[in-house]
Ligand binder design. Structure first.
Ligand code: BGC
Length: 919
């Protein structure tokens, strides 16, 4: 039998050089060709990697009887700064053994290097300090970028090596974003390092293998430093200098020489700096590059830096920690689809896809000529370029000043990115040719772990659109959108988390974000903010009590602290997602509990309340303004203006979404306590949840099943979160169904309820209505977007109206893409039953509108795939099951499965027939 081990990972990463933990979790997959193989035992051996290439064994687990593909080697603790090789040997049921090897390193616990601070103009503080329409209008401006922004700095350090190193590691970080180079060549393929985090509390260090880039003699380390998220304009306010106004970098270059000695190169007084060809650069505004000011050879040996400034050496008190996860890289390139000339004569490049990234351009022309690139996601109904993102510092425009090189010149901005599909080209010399441009997609380099193909190309496109929105927004932190706010809105992430973890390997990405969440929460006494990292200027915004603009924590947003860890645990089966976050989950639930006891909803504050009402409301977390069922479609149709309309859903529903999400968090805390073996806590939280349920039903649920404000989303949440007593469930379901029919079989669910809409219908006897909503193609609906040219998921269902009018909203907001989780489970039929897909359920929707479907999910144990087709009376289903997992195949009532329903590893084709026609 041909068996091999693949996907060797340490803490979910392939051969990471610097882990945060000293006790990593190791994992692998068993793959077999032909007959399925099953593991019966494994043995892990860990060797310390000595720089000269030899190694010494430091740990041997011995044979462990287990079918699992994971090991948390008991008694092994890695040493900071060391690297290890590990071998895993797996014994299969037939007695065969197979071995594979990988590596990991442990990051440093002590830094011990100063920071180099170049001579620079401090970043100017600008951008609004208030939220509101004035900050988002067309006229809103803070003045020309050239008057306000400073140039990125180039830093260089020259050093001599006596010999070619046997191993060299560069550990580097910055206040600001950095691009390192060694001897004139970029280090690694990362961009915008070290990404975005709660910089005031901790900063991540990137670790690179630079062995092959160093040589005997003079070597040069170069670092370009830009504002990035640290000092640049960021978040909903578009305000600058929120974490600091001076850029700095620190590094440790550890060079191991053949004679066994180690040289350590850190910033010292030999580090010099100068400005280079980038006039200014900002994540939001864009970048201007003047190729006439290029400094050839600045980061290579032999360059004369006598005219450069010395850097000051500083101490920075903020703790440093190894960056965990996949860095931001250039993940794809897209060619120009067409070059448009708009009715008003503008030249516009159309890349055919809304994305996050920037343009690489080749140009030939006169020295000093300026080419300007403006970015937008749409063209309007007449075909004009439409800047759909307005507001202070939301320019999204780059400029390139030509050096005039006769052979032409190629440029891509370094420290900015934009959300766009269309690029207005201004000042481009000659006729632009498609081959002179590429859209460079940037994102954290996450592996895609699922696919979906069906007989309905529109559903396929919907899934693709969701993948694009995830790519565009899993960039540094999970963001709402890659243009207007680029903020780690906690609600958006929790809504999308099940889909996110299905479509891509998000374990480390979200582990890193959750660490930021915990940090931001801990400085707020258990309160989880609505954005993580919480931009400091947002904390200063004050609009008074009960205003949406003054929300600090919110139902359905802050609950990301319980929901995201739970989803990670479910998808990846790693209990550390629960244990790491349990204290944070508990602190949040405690906050909800205490806050519930001292607050009342505005409408009840002056009302005469009975003792019992008072007692009930003291249990219910209903007294705080929150975003409610944000953007519920019918609420957006009213209101004086767009801004006011957006405030209607919160006003109507916040009192209900509060206690409903309180229930969700309580239930998840109970479930997490169960999984971690704390029965007492689980029982206590269940009892508390039962009390909240009772109070909710008494205060909000009428006998006829009505819950005021009588909106789809509230019924959906009440059913999904089990807030409706069994005897009233049918009436609540009936009312929900009635509302959907009244809306012409359209959804009217907002942000926080939409993920549950189709499941609630499906599980309560209305599968056909769920299908109708999925396939609905007039707005609001998923397929309306697809039919109207969406290539990503829009923020608003009507972003492009029937008549072609385009709203100035984000075209790249993943939240409503949460339906992909449902499509995978209820249409393709791949459902997760036990954490990590150890148990699954395959239940293709044979009564649905698809004739065939092929889908897969790459589970921690390997690929779980289905391919099915159905004609009138018969269906065929091929399943591929990874080793170490098992589950059942379930067919709908009225269909009969030939043969077994329980299956383990292997590929098999099953036949299914309609019962009436089965003999
Ligand atoms: C963002 C959302 C976010 C919301 C809070 C918006 O401006 O784009 O996606 O969750 O604010 O309600």
């Amino acid at each position: 039998m041909n068996v091999r081990l693949t996907h060797l990972r340490a803490d979910h990463l392939t051969a990471p050089l610097a882990l945060r933990r000293t006790t990593p979790r190791l994992s692998w997959r068993l793959e077999a060709e032909g007959a399925p193989a099953s593991a019966v035992a494994h043995r892990v051996r860990i060797h310390r990697a000595i720089p000269d290439g030899t190694s010494e064994m430091v740990h041997d687990t011995g044979w462990v009887d287990s079918p699992d593909g994971t090991s948390q080697p008991d008694g092994f603790t890695g040493l900071p700064g060391e690297e290890y090789r590990w071998q895993v040997t797996v014994r299969t049921a037939d007695g065969g053994e197979t071995t594979a090897e990988s590596g990991f390193g442990i990051g440093l616990s002590e830094w011990g290097a100063p920071w180099a601070e170049p001579v620079q103009q401090p970043v100017l503080e600008d951008g609004p300090l208030q939220l509101g329409p004035e900050a988002f209008g067309a006229a809103a401006s803070a003045g020309p970028p050239g008057d306000r922004l400073h140039p990125p700095r180039h830093l260089r350090q020259s050093f001599a090596l006596p010999a070619r190193p046997v191993r060299a590691r560069l550990r580097i970080t910055s206040q600001g974003v950095h691009q390192p180079s060694v001897n004139g060549a970029p280090v690694g393929d990362g961009v915008l390092a070290p990404g975005y985090e709660s910089y005031q509390h901790a900063i991540s260090v990137m670790t690179h293998d630079v062995t092959a880039q160093l040589a005997p003699g003079e070597n040069v380390l170069g670092v370009v430093l830009g504002d990035g998220w640290y000092a640049g304009r960021i978040s909903i306010l578009g305000r600058s200098a929120q974490y600091g106004d001076l850029l700095r970098a620190s590094w440790r270059l550890e060079v191991d020489l053949p004679d066994g000695t180690r040289m350590l190169i850190t910033p010292d007084d030999s580090v010099t700096s100068a400005r280079g060809p980038i006039d200014w650069s900002d994540i939001f505004i864009g970048e201007r590059h003047d190729a006439r000011s290029a400094i050839p050879g600045w980061d290579a040996p032999g360059f004369d830096d006598s005219g450069w400034n010395a850097c000051a050496l500083r101490t920075v008190e903020v703790p440093l920690r190894p960056f965990i996860g996949e860095p931001i890289t250039r993940v794809a390139e897209l060619p120009v689809q067409q070059i448009l000339t708009t009715p008003s004569g503008d030249t516009v490049l159309d890349f055919g896809q809304v994305l996050a990234g920037r343009v690489r351009m080749t140009v030939r022309g006169r020295r000093g000529q300026v080419v300007r690139l403006e970015h937008a996601e749409v063209v309007d109904s007449t075909g004009e370029f439409l800047d759909n993102i307005l507001g202070v510092n939301k320019d999204q425009a780059d400029e390139y000043v030509l050096s005039g090189a006769p052979e032409g010149e190629t440029w891509e901005p370094l420290f900015t990115f934009h959300g766009f599909r269309y690029v207005k080209l201004i000042g481009y010399p000659g006729a632009p040719r498609p081959e002179d441009f590429a859209a460079v997609v940037i994102a954290n380099d996450l592996e895609q772990t699922a696919s979906f193909r069906s007989s309905d190309p529109r559903l396929d496109r919907l899934v693709q659109n969701t993948i694009w929105s995830q790519r565009s927004n899993f960039l540094a932190v999970p963001t709402d959108c890659p243009q207007r706010e680029r903020a780690g809105w906690t609600g958006d992430l929790q809504i999308f988390a099940p889909t996110a973890a299905t479509l891509m390997g998000v374990a480390s990405f979200l582990e890193r974000w959750l660490e930021n969440l915990r940090t931001d929460q801990s400085v707020r006494d258990g309160v989880v903010p609505i954005i993580v990292p919480m931009p400091p200027a947002m904390d200063e915004v004050d609009h008074g009590e009960d205003s949406v603009l003054d929300i600090r924590d919110a139902a359905g947003w802050s609950d990301a602290v319980t929901i995201a860890p739970w989803e990670l645990y479910r998808h990846y089966g790693d209990p550390r997602f629960l244990s790491d976050n349990l204290a944070a989950m508990t602190a949040w639930v405690e906050h909800q509990t205490k806050d519930a006891a001292v607050t009342l909803p505005p409408r009840l504050r002056d009302a005469p309340l009975s003792e019992r009402q008072r007692a009930n409301h003291a249990l219910l977390w209903n007294g705080r303004m929150n975003f409610g069922d944000w953007l519920a479609p019918s609420t957006l149709a009213s209101g004086e203006d767009e801004f006011e309309a957006m405030m209607i859903a919160p006003k109507l529903t916040a009192e209900l979404t509060g206690p409903l999400f309180q229930l969700r968090s309580l239930d998840l805390l109970a479930a997490a306590s169960d999984e971690l073996g704390d029965d007492a806590e689980a029982t206590r939280r269940r009892a508390q949840a039962a009390e909240v349920r009772r109070a909710f039903a008494e205060e909000y649920l009428a006998d006829d099943g009505r819950i005021i404000p009588d909106m789809q989303g509230i019924y959906v949440l009440a059913l999904a979160f089990d807030a409706v007593p069994a005897d009233r469930k049918a009436t609540v379901v009936d009312r929900l169904v009635e509302l959907i029919h009244t809306a012409g079989d359209h959804l009217d669910t907002g942000f926080v309820s939409v993920p549950f809409l189709l499941d609630v219908l499906w599980e309560n006897g209305h599968a056909e209505l769920a299908r109708t909503l999925l396939h609905q193609d007039s707005a609001p609906s998923w397929l309306y977007e697809v039919d109207h040219g969406a290539t990503t998921i829009w923020e608003a269902w009507h972003a492009v109206h029937e008549d072609g009018t385009v709203d100035r909203v984000s075209m790249n907001h993943y939240a409503f893409g949460c339906v992909v989780d449902w499509i995978m489970r209820r249409q393709a039929g791949i459902d997760l039953v036990a954490p990590g897909y150890a148990r699954w359920r395959i239940a293709p929707d044979l009564d649905g509108r698809l004739d065939h479907c092929a889908a897969h999910v790459d589970t921690p144990s390997g690929r779980l795939a289905v391919e099915w087709s159905r004609d009138r009376d018969a269906a065929s289903l091929t399943i591929t099951v990874p080793p170490g997992t098992s589950g059942t195949v379930v067919v709908p009532d009225g269909w009969r499965l030939d043969g077994e329903s329980e299956h383990g590893a292997g590929t098999r084709t099953l036949t299914i027939a309609r019962e009436s026609t089965a003999s």
